[in-house]
Every structure is written in structure tokens, then in C-alpha cells.
Design a binder for this molecule. Structure first.
Ligand SMILES: O=C([O-])C(=O)C[C@H](O)[C@@H](O)C(=O)[O-]
Length: 306
């Protein structure tokens, strides 16, 4: 852990958050050299925190050994420039193992994913998250998504019980529920916008006090992603509206044609801009040639405009 708890909290709560894809070679194996080069490239841009092996990094498709290598490389390549957060999840037992690996590799925290597959009562979600928080000294950010949605009372109880819980990442986009959580728990936690293609929600997030979001498109249009974030925070609504119209709305339309494209299109985009990371692993699939052509036009559009 290279940063103090306060420094990690500040970084996660203010600035653009990068969620790199994970590099695979032509045989589908983790490609360490390519991944290291990707992290070094992304660090040339203005980001506040690096979240490795996240959803966009195909956490759900990685072995424990690959996870360990990914976190180790990310910590080395980042070299204390920004905090590194790695994921943890699947079930409480495995999540504690991921947290231990992340901590030993020098990560500053974990993004705790919802439990795998099963429906969960609020008290069970509380126990799941608390057992992981209790097992580690590093910071924890809970990812509120899918079957793991917590209500305001559960988040509040968790924040009271776990001093190392520093943040709450929304992955649902239910503004009423998120606003209730923020107003109930207050500034004890930092709040992160984290729906797929979070930029499409960024204005709504900001209006209720969520200053940061995870950017997957930062993987292939980093300059534009940083410009969008800066325009948002500076109140430049004209730039925000233009980029939303010209890039994010058509991107989200393409994304919504196939489940999993929030990740697959990002991998395709990385290849298109000369930073290939191989193909996604199943159960995800890569976009077709026609879809990749549409994506290329969107990328060319923002690159020509900047
Ligand atoms: O784990 C992840 O990759 C994410 O939380 C989500 C993405 O970065 C999402 O916000 C996006 O697609 O922009």
C-alpha cells in the first residue's frame, strides 16, 4: 500500500478512474509484457486511480494466478504515481483470498464485487462484505451491482462496522436509491459512478454529489475521456452535450446490441487505436467486422474533432 487511507479516499473521490482491459495473446493467455505497456501508456494521461482486473479487465474471466500477476505488474508499473485498486469477489472465502493477494502485491485497496450467482438478503450481503473488510488492512470499495444491491441501511451499517470501507461504487444507475444512500450515509464514504459506460450517466451522478466515475472508454479514447471529465467538472455543458451526442449516445446504442459489449467494444477499440489487448474470453464475444467499422467511425469522429 503506497498511499495513506486519506490519500486513497481523496483520489477515488475526485478525478477520472481508469479500468484497464486485461491483455491476452493470440492463444488467449495473459500477456504480461503487453499489459505492462498498457498500464505505462494509460498513466501518461490524467487519472486519479487505477482499478485493475475490474469488470472491464474481465475479473470474472481470470485465474487467481493471473490476478496475482496483474496486480503485481500494475503496482510495479504505477510506481506510486496513483493508487492501485484490485478486485475481489465470487464468494466470501475467495474474496478474502483475492484481498490477501492484492494486499501482498502492494495494492491500495480492493473493489468488492457482488457475490457470484445467488440471490442475497441484506443481512447476508452485510456479512459477505464485512467478512472481507475484516480480513484485510487495505481499503475496500463496495461495488453495488446485479444481485448484490445494498439498501441505505445496509450501507450505513457496513460503514459503521468497517473502518477500512472507504467507498461505494454504483453499478445500477438507480438515482433514487443512490441518492437515498448518499443522504443517509453522508461523507463517511466516497461515491463512484460505475454503470457500464459511466459517462452517459455522469451529469446525473454529479447532480447528487458523485464527482467521479469509472471510464472504460478511457482505454481507447483517453484524451477525449479526460476532456469529457474536465468539461463536466468545469461546468462546460456545451462540450459535455456535444461529446454525449457525437460519441456516447451512438456508442451506447452499439453497446446495447449485444450483452457484454460494454467490455468487448472496449477491447476492439484498444486494438483500433494501436494498443491491442487480444480478444475477450468467453462467455464474452468480440464485435463483428461491421460493428468494429462503426466503432472506428466513432473514434475517428472524436479524434478529428479534438
Ligand atoms: O469494473 C469495471 O470495469 C467498471 O466498473 C465499469 C466500467 O468502467 C464502466 O463504468 C464503463 O463501462 O465505463
Amino acid at each position: 500500500m503506497a498511499f495513506s487511507r486519506q490519500a486513497v479516499t481523496d483520489a477515488v473521490g475526485d478525478g477520472l478512474l481508469s479500468f484497464p482491459v486485461t491483455d491476452f495473446d493470440a492463444h488467449g493467455n495473459f500477456d504480461a509484457a503487453s499489459y505492462r505497456a498498457r498500464i505505462e501508456w494509460l498513466l501518461e494521461y490524467e487519472i486519479s486511480t487505477l482499478f485493475v482486473a475490474g469488470g472491464t479487465g474481465e475479473f470474472f474471466n481470470l485465474s487467481l494466478d493471473e490476478f496475482k500477476e496483474i496486480v503485481t505488474i500494475a503496482v510495479e508499473a504505477t510506481n506510486g504515481k496513483v493508487p492501485v485498486i484490485a478486485s475481489a469477489g465470487m464468494n466470501a472465502h475467495l474474496a478474502r483470498q483475492y484481498a490477501r493477494i492484492a494486499e501482498e502485491a502492494g495494492a491500495d485497496g480492493i473493489l468488492l464485487m457482488p457475490p457470484y450467482l445467488t440471490e442475497c438478503p441484506q443481512s447476508g450481503l452485510f456479512e459477505y462484505a464485512k467478512s472481507v473488510c475484516d480480513s484485510t488492512d487495505i481499503n475496500v470499495i463496495y461495488y453495488n451491482r446485479a444481485n448484490g444491491l445494498m439498501n441505505a441501511e445496509t450501507v450505513k451499517a457496513l460503514a459503521d462496522a468497517c473502518p477500512n470501507l472507504i467507498g461505494f461504487k454504483d453499478g445500477k444507475g438507480d438515482i433514487q436509491a443512490l441518492n437515498t444512500i448518499i443522504k443517509t450515509v453522508g461523507d463517511r464514504l466516497v461515491y463512484v459512478g460505475g454503470v457500464p459506460t459511466a459517462e452517459i450517466f455522469a451529469e446525473a451522478y454529479l447532480s447528487i454529489g458523485v464527482n467521479t466515475y469509472s471510464s472504460a472508454v478511457f482505454n481507447f479514447v483517453p484524451e477525449m475521456a479526460v476532456s469529457f471529465y474536465k468539461a463536466l467538472r468545469a461546468g462546460d455543458s456545451e462540450t459535455v452535450a456535444r461529446l454525449t451526442r457525437e460519441f456516447f449516445i451512438p456508442f451506447v446504442q452499439l453497446r446495447d446490441t449485444c450483452p457484454g459489449y460494454a467490455v468487448s467494444l472496449v477491447k476492439a477499440g484498444a486494438s483500433l487505436v494501436g494498443h491491442p489487448g487480444g480478444n475477450v474470453r468467453s462467455p464474452l464475444i468480440m464485435p463483428s467486422e461491421d460493428e468494429t467499422r462503426v466503432l472506428k467511425q466513432l473514434i475517428d469522429g472524436v479524434e478529428n474533432a479534438s
